[in-house]
Write a protein that binds this ligand. Sequence first.
Ligand code: ADP
Length: 402
Amino acid sequence: MKILVINAGSSSLKYQLFNMENASVMAGGVIERIGEKKATLIHKFFLRGRETKLVKEQEIKNHKIAMHMVADLIIDPEKGVIDDIADIDAVGHRVVHGGETFSSAIIIDEMVKQTIKENSRFAPLHNPPNLTGIEVAQQIFCNIPNIAVFDTEFHQTMPVKAYLYALPYEYYEKYKVRKYGFHGTSHKYVTHKAAKLLRKDTGEVNLITIHLGNGCSMCAVKNGKCVDTSMGMTPLAGIMMGTRTGDIDPAIIGYLMEQTNMDIRGLDSVLNNSSGFKGICGMNDMRDIHEQASKGNNKAKLAVEMFSYQVKKYIGSYMAVLGKVDALVFTAGVGENDDFIRYRVCKDLSFLGIDIDPEKNSQQPSPSMPFFIHTEDAHIQVWVIPTNEELQIARDVLQVLQ
Ligand code: ADP
């Protein structure tokens, strides 16, 4: 079974072709700056166990041309990994917002596309390009199922007390204002992986999954299901992130509009693009922040302090929600690579049974290999599990097909 996973952004297209017999990647890559004069394509393919990389720079006018390039590369007589497009069994599409409608992956028909379009009101930067990717793929891969997998899906098991905001109830009824949660495929992937590592069924594990990348979110997982998550109606809520505020007092918005004469669009851009680490210290990449902090930059130090403090606070509140916790799971760019942040987050939590071993924490494991960092006596295990959202999408697609 061969599954092509597509993640279409406003000017980018990421893709991976999986052989589901052994969950291996046959080819994959990314096209960036679609629509600009100089787009870049990085394509990797694996033939007879050898990885080969291809880089191209050329104008790629739109997603349709980009998708054709992907299809051509996959079946190229020399560089291709399959003989014919018809060898692909299904295409899985990452869709950011499924609203309340979708609690699992689904074969895309007109009704599904219409609902994705309606949900663009919650994810105006993500759902429209996701839909473009779907429409282009449906033209090229027209004889095989195109299946949507939603970032919000994993969080659909949250109880109403967790997902409702204390606003007038009619706003939920009329406008669907509620918490949806994001990074669902990542939280789902690490939940399954953690259950395996803990030698338990997924339905038996209680976890706090901590996805720290450019975007950051945390999830309280009870018996394998999400019962609460830090992001909200949009991916702006929760922990502070690279450029996003995370939780702030909602009254700040009106106050700043008055003080600065900014309109709601301008302010929305500040909250999404110039806040978080960037707002505090002017940098949004954690590697740069550490470098500057080590040179004595106090604002960089403050960003690290604030971030670790916020993640720690969420751990405390999710411990209270879950009662019993088997493991914390760190994942994504910062979660997987940044031992200093993991140390700052877990420090002084031994009263909760969380104790990490500094040596284990600072080891450099082989890429994609999970490892644990808790001490022998700790009551709660702490794991670092590299996420694999594309593989999770392919698995969800497989489940729909089966
Ligand atoms: P995205 O949310 O875009 O998928 P990633 O999960 O790839 O992002 O995480 C990207 C972030 O991970 C980068 O901005 C960087 O701050 C951080 N990161 C990556 N490698 C390291 C590292 N070795 N140490 C600290 N931070 C890292």
